[in-house]
Design a protein around this ligand. Structure first.
Ligand SMILES: Cc1cc2nc3c(=O)[nH]c(=O)nc-3n(C[C@H](O)[C@H](O)[C@H](O)COP(=O)(O)OP(=O)(O)OC[C@H]3O[C@@H](n4cnc5c(N)ncnc54)[C@H](O)[C@@H]3O)c2cc1C
Length: 277
């Protein structure tokens, strides 16, 4: 849609050119959300496209992804990458309520900075223990754990004018086994629950990442595989009944049921006792 509050579009070749930040400014990535509804408070867009950041840099240490990397580019990487947990990339891309047209424009960083409960790039990067590099205006870059970034529905730790620069997926997480579960009330609809389990090769640990069912990602780390009862107890301790996210994509009690059901399936699968093991 046309957003008629916009008076100016800036196209810097370096993010450092934007030294002063004021109310009314917004970073423009793929624009798939920005142009999808009125932006009453925004009068200037600062386009990230001319920064020309290299989208994906794989190395033996893992994979570095620029915030401006498109969903479609990341999807293609998964077709060639040989890390065991790469399967999660395509599973998470397929969890967007969006067609390939959106994939060709929407960016990984835009999805993370939107910070919606059903943001599948948040699910992916939190499950893969990513580190985000943030560039504040007029201060040194800082690194934060992906799990600490989103703080609520459409809320995160970004400060005024701060830019998400890149996402680092460490080799240690990419080399894990994984199990993925996802549900939506409607076919190709927005996620009601997206839950990922990962396990270090040769060990019986378990890292569970719960997203979409809750306002922000919740992670449960077990040094050894819990029993079904231990898992249920840990979930209830960590997420009270009113800690689930109620919206048109599912009630809180439905999302709680899904979370218990899927986490038990993941536990069984990664224990080697599930049907999919
Ligand atoms: C049909 C359709 C379906 C969708 N389905 C989903 C869905 O299932 N789940 C979901 O979460 N979203 C969904 N969206 C919303 C949106 O398209 C995605 O979240 C998308 O990934 C946003 O990325 P973008 O690059 O287009 O961001 P933009 O629209 O350009 O920006 C989104 C927001 O993030 C800020 N921003 C962007 N990049 C950065 C950065 N590097 N640093 C700091 N701030 C930044 C912008 O200022 C803006 O506030 C959907 C949208 C459409 C139109």
């Amino acid at each position: 849609m046309d957003i008629n509050t916009i008076r100016e579009i800036q196209r810097p070749s370096s993010a450092e050119d934007i030294t002063q930040w004021r109310d009314g400014y917004a970073w423009l990535a793929g624009g798939t959300w920005l142009f999808s509804e009125p932006q009453i408070a925004t009068d200037t867009l600062i386009d990230l496209d001319q920064l020309n950041w290299l989208a994906i840099e794989p190395s033996s240490a893992g994979v570095d992804i620029a915030a401006t990397c498109r969903i479609a580019e990341l999807y293609r990487l998964a077709e060639t990458g040989d890390w065991p947990a790469m399967a999660l990339v395509q599973q998470c891309c397929n969890s967007f309520l969006a067609s390939f047209k959106i994939w060709n424009a929407a960016t990984i960083g835009g999805n993370i900075c939107m910070s919606l409960p059903a943001g599948p790039m948040i699910s992916l990067t939190v499950a893969l223990e990513a580190i985000y590099t943030l560039h504040p205006r007029n201060a040194a870059p800082r690194d934060v754990s992906a799990v600490d970034f989103v703080t609520g529905n459409h809320a995160n730790i970004l400060q005024h004018g701060e830019l998400l620069r890149s996402i680092r997926l460490p080799a240690s997480a990419l080399s894990k086994r994984s199990a993925f579960r996802h549900a939506s009330l409607t076919h190709l609809g927005r996620s009601a629950a997206l839950i990922i389990g990962t396990q270090t090769p040769g060990s019986d640990d378990l890292l569970l990442t719960i997203t979409a069912a809750t306002r922000q990602p919740i992670q449960l780390r077990f040094e050894h595989m819990p029993s079904a009862a231990e898992l249920r107890r840990a979930l209830d301790q960590r997420i009270p009944a009113d800690g689930y996210f109620h919206d048109v994509h599912g009630s809180a009690s439905y999302k709680r049921q899904l979370t218990h059901y899927f986490t038990e399936e993941i536990r069984a699968e990664l224990s080697g006792t599930g049907a999919a093991a």
